[in-house]
Design a protein around this ligand. Sequence first.
Ligand code: ATP
Length: 276
Amino acid sequence: MVKRHRLEPHPASLGETVIQVRQLCNRFGPHTIHENLDLDLMTGEILGVVGGSGTGKTVLLRSIVGLIRPAAGHIHVFGKDLEELPERERSVAQQRLGVLFQGGALFTSLNLQENIAVPLMEHAGLNRADAEQLARMKLALTGLPPEAALKYPSELSGGMVKRASLARALALDPEVLFLDEPTAGLDPIGAAAFDRLIVTLRDALGLTVFMVTHDLDTLYATCDRIAVLSQKKVLVADRIERVAAVDDPWIQDYFNGPRGRAASHAVPGNTHGQKE
Ligand SMILES: Nc1ncnc2c1ncn2[C@@H]1O[C@H](COP(=O)(O)OP(=O)(O)OP(=O)(O)O)[C@@H](O)[C@H]1O
C-alpha cells in the first residue's frame, strides 16, 4: 500500500472568511437537498467536503460558483452576494473562482494548449499566440511536460487529464479553487502526487481550496479542515481529528472504519483511529 503522509500544514493561521454560506436551501422538484445549510471557507485553507453519496456535495459546489440558483439563503463570495450583483460584476467575481469539475470537462476536439487558451481569449482578451503561450506556462505549473501541450485529451492518461483540467481551472489566476473529486480514478501513486500538487499550488499561489472528495488519504494528506454534509446541512466543520471524534453514525463509520483507520495511520505521529 502506498502511504500518503500528511504534508506540511499551512503555516499561516486561517485568514478571513472568503465565502460565507448562510441558510442555504436547494430543492429539485419535491426533493430537498439542502435545508438551512451554513458554511464558511477561510482564506488560505484547504477545506475537504465529505458526506454520503447524494448528500449534495456537488450541488453545494455548483451553488457557490453560481451554476445553481438556490431556493433560499445567501452565499457571499468575497463579501458580496453574487445573485445581487449586476451581470458584469458577477462575471468578474466568478473569474476569481477556478473549478476543476468531476471528469475534467476538457473540450475533446481541442489540444491541451487550445483548451486552456479558450478562457484566456474569452475572458482575459488575449490574442491566440499570447493565450497559447500562457496556456503552456499553466500546463507546466501543473507538472505536465512541454510536449503535452499539443496532445488531445483522448491521448492522455487519467492523471494527465486531471493536471490539464487543473491548468484550465487556474487559467485566469483564480483566488479560490474548487475541486470535485480530484483524485477519483487515479492510482494511489498518481493520487498522492496530485495531493502534493494541490498543497504546493495552494502555498505557491496563495490559493484557497474547496475540495469535494471521498478519498480519505487525500483528506488526511491535504486538508486543514473537513466539512461533513449530512441531514441536508453541514453537520460539523473542523480539524480532522475533531471531526472524527463526533458521535454520529456516518462519521464513525467513515473515519473509524477500516479504511479511515488505515488512512489515519499513514500520518506520522497521528494517534487518531488507533484505539478500538
Ligand atoms: N440538476 C439536477 N436536477 C435534479 N436533481 C439533481 C440535480 N443535480 C443533483 N441532483 C440530485 O441532488 C442530489 C445530490 O447530488 P450531488 O451530486 O450533489 O451529490 P453528491 O453528494 O455530490 O454525491 P456523490 O458523492 O455520489 O457524487 C442527488 O440526489 C442528485 O440526484
